[in-house]
Design a protein. Structure first.
Length: 396
């Protein structure tokens, strides 16, 4: 960097005035004055913060050891963490760099160390990315790779109570995890069943279901409260294509085995539940299965090593992603307007990352939600994304 010899202070002041006029870009001005863009941003930042006095050279003697982060930067990093407590150091540094690009910010690892010294960092396990969608899916390579679930068609017990059996099975071992006498397909009845299964057997890697409640709903994302819980637990969703029950063929064939119980209902809900549990024990422990070489499912099933966590993990999005919180009505704010995502995600943080072709892909944890159509301000499925989206940048 070389300033002209007409008076360094005068040159710096003229540079700042020209920069604030907005008639030329920073690159053009820096080239005209013979300085780098980094130096240009430095003096512009000092002027904005301290006025003309900021254009004087500072003492070169370090106030601390050469690798120490300046106190004002430390204070900004800590303040950002207190403002965004769910953000990690990568997100915080990226945010601060966008707000003050003229400053020399520390690396994410250094920012993490600063936050740790201030007691603002907790251990967090990164969510594993796994595939999901309408198949084809990899074959389960062992127990708990894939669980399948469905509601068997309803019937009435002899006292008139409507029974909607909920069935959950391990796809690899055919182990019948649950055969529950529920009274509806509501999330409120399904979640306690899955919560108990997760506590007893651990978590599966993937969960396959049809597109009906409580596993899926109408709309672009197809999310339900139950599906949201699964995603937050790191369980990838596999939804069969509409009208393709063969994609969950093992489970459908099991329902044929279950049919005699529905054709001979018990006296009431309690008795039906007892009959279901007796059937489940026999199916797992006694009934040979041809696909298992005439072994029983219990001989092949073992619990998952992924234990049910005591607290649901927070999402860990890339630093460059645009994070938004879903409003109570299911919308997020985007480019001065609103885009509907899903009411099942109300209060949750989602992230939009720009793809190589300029589209904004919206995700929740590791689950892809869709593509933001910036022209129509709507969320669309990936296959229905516009050919030439505007790819406008998101509001900060």
């Amino acid at each position: 960097m070389v300033w002209r010899e007409t008076g360094i202070m005068d040159e710096r002041l003229r540079f700042v005035v020209d920069c604030l006029s907005g008639e030329e870009t920073m690159s053009e001005l820096c080239a005209a004055y013979g300085i780098s863009r980094k130096i240009g941003y430095k003096w512009l930042g000092r002027y904005r913060e301290f006025g003309p006095e900021g254009l004087h050279d500072r003492p070169r003697a370090p106030l601390n050891h050469g690798r120490a982060t300046a106190l004002d930067l430390v204070e900004r990093i800590v303040a950002a963490k207190e403002t965004y407590p769910l953000w990690g150091p990568k997100k915080i540094v990226a945010r601060l760099k966008r707000a003050a690009p003229e400053l020399i910010w520390p690396s994410a690892s250094t920012a993490g160390a600063i936050l740790a010294r201030h007691g603002l960092v907790g251990a967090r396990k990164r969510t594993r990315l796994r595939a999901c969608g309408n198949g084809p899916w990899p074959e389960p390579q062992g127990p708990n790779a894939v669980w399948t679930g469905d509601h068997k068609g309803w019937f009435r017990t002899r006292d008139g109570w409507r029974c909607e059996p909920l069935t959950v099975m391990d796809a690899s071992s055919r182990y019948l995890l649950a055969l529950e006498a529920t009274g509806s397909t509501a999330d409120a009845e399904a979640w306690p069943v899955f919560e108990r299964l997760f506590e007893e057997h651990g978590l599966p890697d993937r969960f396959r279901s049809d597109n009906g409640p409580p596993f899926a709903s109408a709309g672009v994302t197809g999310l339900t409260p139950l599906a949201v819980r699964f995603i937050k637990l790191g369980i990838a969703l596999e939804r069969i294509a509409p009208g393709k029950p063969q994609q969950n063929g093992r489970h459908e064939r099991f329902h044929l085995t279950l049919l005699p119980l529905a054709e001979a209902p018990e006296a009431d809900r309690t008795a039906q539940g007892q009959a279901f549990e007796a059937f489940r024990h026999s199916y797992n422990e006694e009934r040979p299965h041809e696909a298992l070489g005439m072994d029983t499912p219990a001989q092949h099933y073992r619990s998952s090593r992924r234990a049910m966590p005591t607290m649901l993990p927070e999402p860990d999005y890339p630093a460059e992603a645009a994070v938004r919180h879903v409003r109570h009505n299911g919308e997020i704010r985007w480019n001065g307007g609103f885009v509907y995502v899903s009411q099942a995600l109300a209060g949750e943080a989602v992230a939009a990352a720009q793809t190589e072709d300029g589209q904004w892909a919206l995700s929740f944890h590791a689950h892809q939600l869709g593509i933001i159509d910036t022209r129509r301000m709507t969320l669309v499925r990936c296959s229905a994304a516009p050919t030439n989206p505007l790819g406008a940048a998101a509001d900060s």
